[in-house]
Design a protein around this ligand. Structure first.
Ligand SMILES: Cc1ncc(COP(=O)(O)O)c(C=O)c1O
Length: 361
């Protein structure tokens, strides 16, 4: 069996223990004589899987009782529409544009109301997080939107914006469960699971229950109403059953590891190895303002496109997959999510050192 070090931004590396356990249960889940894939979502056994996953996520993130957890479909991108469709009472959305995902959400928001960009870091290719301490927030804004970790550009909000009392909506797709967060500071948190949690096709939504409106939804398709999914405990229709099962296993893996405090410690250690090298290298450079650096996505360049391409090619041949930067920015990017072992980062840095030596005159 061959396993590579997979630095993909998503779908991404999953904990090997989880994959092995899932493999061992593939044909017969807990003496049911069937795979979870083959199981009705209306059975007691499946109920224990989805309820268990929710409880473990609640435990990990310390989710207060007045927040609901929903397992939905359509990826993170559908939330760009679902959020305004469901909570834009005044038809006013305020967005902080820190990258392509926030921009897409902002553009989608336009379909449902009046949207405003409060701040943007596009002037410097999204390489920093703008000052969000005193934004010109609309007095009737229904929410302030952030993309908390910018997967493509490798920046992260280290401090939440001052929303002046308005509801904060956070796209946490690429940083959820990488460190503890205070859920009570948010109105809605959502994350496509294909980075830090599980297989693609699923989005986790954590929503304060008073934002699950029942009125004003006449023109909102049933499948896009939070209230329907809440009433039916994420079982309104057939959910992505197998994906939820794998997510549940990843939650258990994180709990066994020591929870999010411990995960943060490990993530900081891993990221430091790579950033320290980038700061000392004469060939490779990080592209992000230091204080805004992400623990999850680390973009870097040599400054020479040919050399970048050579690096991507040679690193692949050496067993390091998916180091090519996003097609919109070029260069390289190492996504070092929770499940990337520290050995993978050490091996990558060793390879980079070797490459630097071999390619320096
Ligand atoms: C921060 C962020 N938001 C949203 C998305 C879109 O997710 P999906 O493909 O699940 O719609 C991504 C995907 O990479 C992302 O990184």
């Amino acid at each position: 069996m061959k396993r590579v070090y997979n630095f993909s931004a998503g779908p991404a590396v999953l904990p090997e223990e989880v994959l092995k356990e899932a493999a061992s249960e593939m044909l017969d889940y807990q003496n049911s004589g069937m795979s979870v894939m083959e199981m009705s979502h209306r059975t007691k056994l499946y109920e224990s899987i989805i309820k268990g996953a929710e409880q473990d996520l609640r435990d990990l993130m310390n989710i207060p009782n007045n927040y609901k957890v929903l397992f939905l479909q359509g990826g993170a991108s559908l939330q760009f529409a679902m959020v305004p469709m469901n909570i834009m009472k005044n038809k006013v959305g305020n967005y902080i544009i820190t990258g392509q995902w926030a921009k897409k959400a902002y553009q989608e928001g336009k379909k449902f109301g009046k949207v405003k960009a409060l701040a943007s870091s596009e002037d410097k290719v999204f390489s920093y997080i703008p000052d969000c301490s005193d934004l010109d927030i609309d007095s009737d804004a229904d929410y302030v939107w952030i993309c908390e970790n910018n997967t493509i550009y490798g920046t992260k909000f280290k401090e939440l914006p001052n929303t002046k009392g308005k509801i904060l909506v956070s796209d946490m797709s690429s940083c959820i469960l990488s460190e503890p967060v205070d859920v009570s500071k948010y109105g809605i948190i959502f994350a496509g699971v294909q980075k830090n949690i599980g297989p693609a096709g699923l989005v986790v939504v954590i929503i304060r229950e008073d934002l699950i409106y029942k009125e004003g939804l006449d023109n909102v398709p049933t499948m896009l109403q939070y209230t329907i999914h809440d009433e039916n405990e994420s079982l309104y229709n057939t959910p992505p059953t197998y994906g939820i099962y794998i997510c549940g296993k990843v939650f258990k893996w994180l709990k066994a590891l020591g929870g999010l405090e411990k995960m943060k410690e490990i993530n900081e250690k891993k990221a430091k190895i790579l950033y320290d090298y980038l700061d000392s290298s004469k060939m490779f450079k990080g592209t992000v303002v230091k204080k805004d650096r992400s623990l999850m996505n680390v973009p870097f360049v040599t400054g020479n496109e040919e050399l970048d391409a050579k690096f991507v090619k040679e690193s692949k041949a050496a067993g390091f997959e998916n180091l090519k930067g996003h097609r919109s920015v070029g260069g390289m990017r190492a996504s070092i999510y929770n499940a990337m072992p520290i050995e993978g980062v050490i091996a990558l840095v060793d390879f980079m050192k070797k490459f630097e030596k071999e390619n320096t005159l």
